[in-house]
Write a protein that binds this ligand. Structure first.
Ligand code: NAD
Length: 358
């Protein structure tokens, strides 16, 4: 009875060869890493990002600058600054760049802020994704890969979250917006045979990580001797996934074109908050000052990915242990900031922020 429907599906041969890929949110954490790896293997990248101030925009500008500095040749990386919901701009990009592959990483992220301001999540997640799928259909895109989130599992009581589970209990506007994107993706596949793959990421961390997320935030605070806030008793557990493993899963999804699939991309094992804090202390080489607070509304107490489907259909296999990932992230932080960034945001100091043309 445990037999999953996808077990019978045949492995799809990867589409090898040159691609020009639209990476939305390419100035952000995951998008900039995806762009970097696509460029490194010889693909060309077109980036659209509005560079919003959800966190320090100097981080995003520095991410883009790094890509432009590493690949200065004409046509390798083209950067457009703007809102995906701007129809005229997006029509222009699709028409001029002749896009066939879309990797949609842009979104308003963050669970707690979505409770404060739900409308911006409807705009940047639901409206923007619909806009991109409309244009992908219109301009004949071959493969549309987009970022969903483990938050869609919401109120699930399962130990391992598996894609087969029917989950319609999102517990935050952010989670509801991601679930809506998955539903609309099915609709576009059904109506227009758009090939769509949705990837449910499980708490991603690593160098250039989002400063609002616990791994980067804790490394920064512990380095500077500031207190960290622990919600609950420390036994809550999350599946933390190192950025290079996520990028590997994204690239595999771009190469193997599926008709309509949803995949979990996680490490496949949970780490308790207590263990997480002790790893941060080890990585930074300093003891943490801990402030204990009650659990937050909208937070999910336990996340752990069942990655069997991604293993079987994508050949995905997360490699980096949590200990190793935190060690690398702390080492990166130290290289950029030494004893700590001057404010609580994490910005790479080595590049000046410059005006972005295009
Ligand atoms: P990020 O905030 O670093 O990157 C998102 C980028 O999208 C930002 O640079 C932002 O300026 C851009 N953006 C947002 N709205 C836009 C719009 N309307 N038009 C143009 N650009 C816009 O976030 P991230 O952590 O890199 O997340 C990437 C994707 O992965 C998001 O879809 C997020 O929901 C999803 N995700 C992330 C995690 C994680 O742990 N980081 C977990 C689950 C899902």
């Amino acid at each position: 009875n445990n037999h999953k429907t996808w077990m019978d599906s045949e492995l799809v041969e990867p589409h090898v060869g040159y691609k020009k890929v639209l990476v939305t949110g390419g100035a952000g954490f995951i998008g900039s890493h995806v762009a970097e790896d696509l460029l490194a293997r010889g693909d060309d990248v077109v980036i659209i990002d509005e560079i919003n101030d959800y966190y320090d925009i100097r981080i995003k500008e520095s991410n883009l600058q790094m890509l432009k500095d590493t690949y200065p040749e004409e046509g390798r990386v083209s950067i457009y600054k703007g809102d995906i919901c701007d129809r005229e701009l997006m029509e222009h990009i699709f028409a001029v760049e002749k896009l066939r592959w879309v990797c949609h990483m842009a979104a308003r992220a963050g669970v707690r802020p979505s409770i404060q301001d739900p409308f911006i999540y409807i705009h940047s997640n639901i409206n923007a994704t619909t806009q991109l799928m409309e244009l992908s259909h219109k301009y004949g895109v071959e493969n549309f890969v987009f970022a969903s989130s483990s938050s869609v599992y919401g109120g699930s009581k399962a130990t391992f979250f598996s894609e087969d589970e029917v989950v319609d209990r999102p517990v935050s506007p952010y989670a509801a917006s991601k679930k809506t994107c998955e539903l609309l993706a099915y609709t576009y596949h059904h109506l227009y045979q758009l090939n769509v793959t949705g990837l449910r990421f499980f708490t991603v961390y690593g160098p250039r990580g989002r400063p609002d997320m616990a791994p980067s935030k804790f490394i920064d605070l512990v380095t500077r001797g500031k207190s960290i806030q622990q919600y609950g008793d420390g036994t809550s557990s999350r599946d933390y996934t190192y950025i290079s493993d996520i990028v590997d899963g994204v690239l595999r999804s771009i190469d193997r074109c599926h008709k309509y699939e949803i995949f979990n991309l996680g490490k496949g094992s949970g780490t308790t908050l207590n263990k997480f804090i002790s790893m941060v202390q080890k990585g930074v080489g300093r003891k943490a000052v801990i402030e204990i607070l009650p659990d937050q509304p909208g937070d999910v107490p336990y996340t752990c990915a069942d990655v069997a489907k991604a293993k079987h259909m994508l050949g995905y296999n997360a490699q980096v242990t949590f200990e190793e990932g935190i060690r690398r992230t702390a080492a990166w932080y130290k290289k950029c900031y030494g004893s700590g960034s001057s404010n609580s945001t994490v910005v790479e100091k080595k590049t000046e922020s410059k005006e972005i043309k295009n």
